[in-house]
Design a protein around this ligand. Structure first.
Ligand code: CA
Ligand code: CA
Length: 306
């Protein structure tokens, strides 16, 4: 088993990075991730941590997948995620929907209770409320085309999409823009609602197990135009990021309409009608330099045409 330790992190996804490990198409690999504060030992008493020069949103990797060439698609099956013992939330005084309410940064730690039989995690929010965790990967991407992209920004390569549906048992399709694809990931959230309203999820680190498979250009077909694309909860989801939510929503919807038209053979009028009847636009996050929206479309509708 390939395992990339938390010592191999980057705060910028880009072509030319030294690979942390190499694998073949179809291999399973483990990524040991730091939290988004670079494991900065944040506590209630020390909300800034002990090394304020730490990386923002460090991503573990990159993994070089042999045989992946520009124009191919990288299929990433998320097989499992194990969390460390606690998660952190911290307020921001400059960003997020509620920053005007806060005069200083305040942090809280939440320790996980693990159900070993089910493999699930819970937290106690207070003496009235216990919450089930629903683990997601905030940052996951390949090297982008052109210049590098820092790991606080999402884009067509993936990155800091903060889509809460990217979790255990789902499959994410990402573009290959450079030889080897150079996959990296981090910024685990044990729990987060759509929007990531305050500024963060329940930020934590852990070990993510994935299988990576290269789909060559010829077999990837219409997938390339829909990337990043997620297969989760019985739906396909196009995940798009832009300066505004309006732009991101339109991009996500248009990418999905093209996919639906390609799969069903319907023309633009009828595929547009079907999108309006069965597609859903959902905000992923409103707190990153580009905002992210996903368009969900049920696979059972597409299967009627196959
Ligand atoms: Ca994030
Ligand atoms: Ca985060």
């Amino acid at each position: 088993m390939i395992r990339i330790s938390r010592d191999y992190v980057t705060d910028c996804l880009k072509a030319g990075l030294e690979p942390a490990a190499y694998c073949e198409s179809g291999d399973v690999a483990e990524f040991e991730t730091r939290d988004c504060y670079d494991d900065n030992d944040i506590t209630e008493d020390n909300p800034y941590g002990n090394h304020p020069d730490g990386l923002e949103n460090p991503a573990t990797g990159p993994l070089y997948v042999r045989g992946a060439e520009p124009g191919d698609v990288l299929k990433v099956e998320i097989l499992g995620i194990e969390l460390r013992e606690y998660g952190i939330m911290r307020t921001s005084v400059t960003d997020g929907a509620f920053h005007h309410l806060y005069e200083k940064k305040t942090a809280r730690r939440f320790y996980f209770k693990k159900d070993e039989t089910a493999g699930s995690y819970r937290i106690s929010f207070d003496d009235k409320l216990t919450l089930d965790c629903d683990i997601m990967i905030g940052v996951i991407g390949t090297a982008p085309a052109g210049d590098g992209v820092i790991t606080i920004t999402p884009g067509s390569h993936g990155g800091n999409m903060d889509c809460r549906k990217i979790g255990i048992g789902t499959t994410l399709y990402l573009p290959v823009n450079t030889p080897g694809a150079l996959l990296a990931m981090g910024d685990l959230h044990a729990l987060m609602g759509d929007g990531e309203m305050m500024i963060c999820g329940l930020e934590t680190g852990g070990i993510v197990t994935v299988r990576v498979t290269v789909l060559k250009k010829a077999e990837a077909g219409y997938l390339w135009d829909a990337l990043p694309l997620l297969d989760a909860d019985g739906s396909l989801m196009t995940i798009q990021s832009a300066e505004t939510l309006d732009e991101a929503a339109k991009l996500a919807a248009c990418r999905m309409q093209r996919l639906v038209a390609a799969v069903t053979g319907l023309d633009d009028v009828n595929s547009g009608m079907l999108m309006s009847l069965k597609g859903n636009l959902v905000i992923c996050q409103i707190v990153n330099p580009l905002k992210t929206v996903r368009c969900e479309f049920p696979k059972e509708v597409l299967e009627c045409y196959q």
